[in-house]
Design a protein around this ligand. Structure first.
Ligand SMILES: Cc1cc2nc3c(=O)[nH]c(=O)nc-3n(C[C@H](O)[C@H](O)[C@H](O)COP(=O)(O)OP(=O)(O)OC[C@H]3O[C@@H](n4cnc5c(N)ncnc54)[C@H](O)[C@@H]3O)c2cc1C
Length: 243
């Protein structure tokens, strides 16, 4: 049985996954006082609780790398800021490379990563085996080692966000599916759900990986690129140390 809907809210976040819970937490932290999160199931029940938990700077674009660097800095101070641990361990990501084409691609990526200050190194097969003695490196040309990479518990992370968001005054309503959005006069979305409607909420966040860029009236047509769902992130390294 879901909780009764408030009559109104300044900000409505749809979905209490890692992203929605993080947004709610950060809004509360910055002083937002009337934030509601509508979650059809329970906090973290979506893809967040099913993620492997990998955290790495080893990506191919500047944006991804810089995001990860900021993420790693956050996970390093997570317990201080959130008051609970999230099982964050920097045991490193080790990619073992067995063909020239892939090695060339990694060299390009590593050059970009290092130019942005990330600690990522191309090492020889013997150095890789020194890190992971059980590793078979007979066919390896090289390996790429990112010692600051690691993993954390996605469920611990989302639960911590939700707990701190609630402590900051955010109302998180579980068992509350949003069934539609209706724009009135081009703004002021209403949010009907199974047991009610939540009027007046200027800021909205759509849940899950298929969220698309919203059009703003001033920005004109959404560029074709922004209409596509973002590409799925890789589930993790081919061979990871310690996992
Ligand atoms: C620490 C950490 C490590 C990660 N590691 C990896 C990794 O190694 N590899 C990888 O690929 N990804 C990883 N991820 C990312 C993860 O796989 C997900 O992409 C990410 O957590 C998605 O978050 P989300 O909030 O966008 O979506 P979700 O977690 O899916 O949250 C969306 C929420 O919206 C709710 N919802 C949906 N529709 C409605 C509706 N109509 N009304 C109300 N509620 C609704 C759902 O129930 C769900 O709870 C990691 C994430 C974290 C936090």
């Amino acid at each position: 049985m879901s909780a009764p809907l408030p009559r109104s809210a300044d900000v409505v976040v749809i979905g209490a996954g890692a992203i929605g819970a993080s947004i709610a937490y950060h809004l509360a932290r910055r002083g937002a006082r009337d934030v509601v999160v509508l979650e059809r199931d329970t906090v973290g029940a979506g893809s967040t609780s099913k993620a492997a938990g990998g955290i790495r700077v080893q990506f191919a674009t500047r944006v991804e790398i810089e995001f990860s660097q900021r993420g790693i800095a956050f996970f390093q101070r997570f317990e201080d800021e959130m008051g609970v641990p999230c099982d964050f361990h920097q045991e490193g990501y080790l990619f073992v490379i067995t063909d020239e084409h892939t090695l060339a691609r990694f060299r390009t990526n590593v050059a970009l990563q290092r130019s942005l200050g990330a600690d990522v190194r191309i090492i020889g097969p013997d150095d890789a085996r020194a890190l992971v003695p059980s590793l078979m490196v007979d066919d390896a040309l090289a390996a790429v080692w990112g010692p600051s990479d690691g993993y954390a518990s996605p469920n611990d992370v989302v639960q911590a966000y939700a707990t701190r968001a609630r402590a900051g005054g955010v109302r998180i309503l579980e068992g509350t599916p949003v069934t539609g959005l209706r724009l009135e006069r081009g703004r002021s979305p209403e949010c009907p759900r199974e047991c009610g409607r939540l009027p007046r909420g200027p800021a909205w966040r759509r849940p899950g990986p298929r969220r698309w860029a919203r059009r703003s009236r001033r920005s004109g047509p959404t560029p074709r690129r922004a209409r596509r769902p973002p590409p799925a992130t890789a589930p993790g390294p081919a061979r990871r140390r310690g996992r």
